[in-house]
Design a binder for this molecule. Structure first.
Ligand SMILES: [Zn+2]
Ligand SMILES: [Zn+2]
Length: 300
């Protein structure tokens, strides 16, 4: 599993930072969270292939998160892409998407499935064989949602136990994974002796919201928490005035309270030429705070 930060700025792009877009690569799938202006070019620079995107998750329809969408869809449409595309977003997403297609006269040679939702509690929006994605409303000036990706827990065979009984990972041991005991030379091996659960990883994406208590439960125990942190704590009033944003201290507080393992902050105001001041602030609250840069890649 890999996370690629394609854009880490907020309302304005800077010399070093593009508008927000986060790519999650998992099991041959490419999942894109938000698509700020210029995201297609960021894909090219990062040496990632936008044609492989299977699902797009929109947090909200503010321009800095979606201005790259018409261009991306047009490129997908003119490149003979065949697989269908799924788009997820807050209520209103179907209408907005239709308007884009009409405004730019984009004809789609592939199917697009759009799922829009509004829910104050976490709701499952994707259920695949090996992972799930949940969404929930957050507090911003327009309908906005946050997401988390959760790999399903997996049953694994304890190699040490198998070796002890002279067994290899062969069809003979398969019943153990199905909850059945097996017999080896008259000895019964029960699933509880040889099978353990490997917990799936959780990656949360929280963009454009103010901090509120339910958010902590939503992102609880994230392996990676990707969160906005638009301003420093000095500008916490501005963060509220600007329609509901978090400071980097809020993001760090969220990581700490939710017992997340690692925090990657992004969506910085263009006023910060570097993140030194912000880093001190976040790390004083949550040690494992990192400041994402465009094209940073993390393997999980
Ligand atoms: Zn934004
Ligand atoms: Zn916004």
């Amino acid at each position: 599993m890999k996370v690629v930060f394609l854009g880490t700025s907020s309302a304005y792009p800077t010399e070093k930072r593009n508008h927000v877009a986060v790519l999650l690569k998992y099991n041959g799938e490419s999942l894109l969270f938000d698509c700020g202006e210029g995201t297609q070019r960021q894909f090219r620079i990062a040496k990632e292939n936008p044609m492989k995107i299977s699902k797009i998750f929109i947090t909200h329809w503010h321009g800095d998160h979606v201005f790259g969408l018409p261009g991306l869809i047009q490129s997908l449409a003119t490149s003979n892409r065949i697989p269908s595309l799924e788009i997820y977003g807050p209520t209103g997403t179907k209408k907005k998407f239709k308007e884009i297609m009409e405004a730019f006269k984009i004809g789609l040679p592939f199917k697009v499935k759009i799922k829009e939702f509004s829910s104050k509690k976490p709701v499952k929006v994707v259920d695949e064989k090996t992972y799930e994605i949940y969404g929930m409303n957050v507090n911003h000036s327009i309908p906005t949602v946050a997401y988390f990706f959760k790999e399903k827990d997996r049953k694994k065979l304890n190699k040490k136990v198998l070796t002890k009984y002279g067994l290899q990972d062969t069809p003979k041991v398969k019943p153990l994974l199905e909850g059945k005991s097996i017999n080896v030379e008259g000895k019964e091996i029960k699933p509880k002796d040889a099978v353990y659960i490997e917990k799936g990883k959780k990656i949360s994406v929280v963009l454009d919201t103010e901090f509120f208590p339910d958010l902590t439960e939503f992102v609880k125990d994230s392996n990676i928490l990707i969160s906005e942190g638009t301003f420093s704590n000095k500008l916490r009033e501005k963060a509220r005035e600007k329609g509901g944003h978090m400071t980097v201290k809020d993001a760090a507080k969220l990581a700490k309270k939710s017992k997340s393992k690692e925090l990657y902050i992004l969506h910085f105001s263009q006023r910060y030429k570097n993140t030194k001041e912000l880093e001190k602030e976040a790390i004083s609250v949550f040690k494992n705070s990192k400041f994402a840069k465009d094209f940073d890649k993390i393997s999980i």
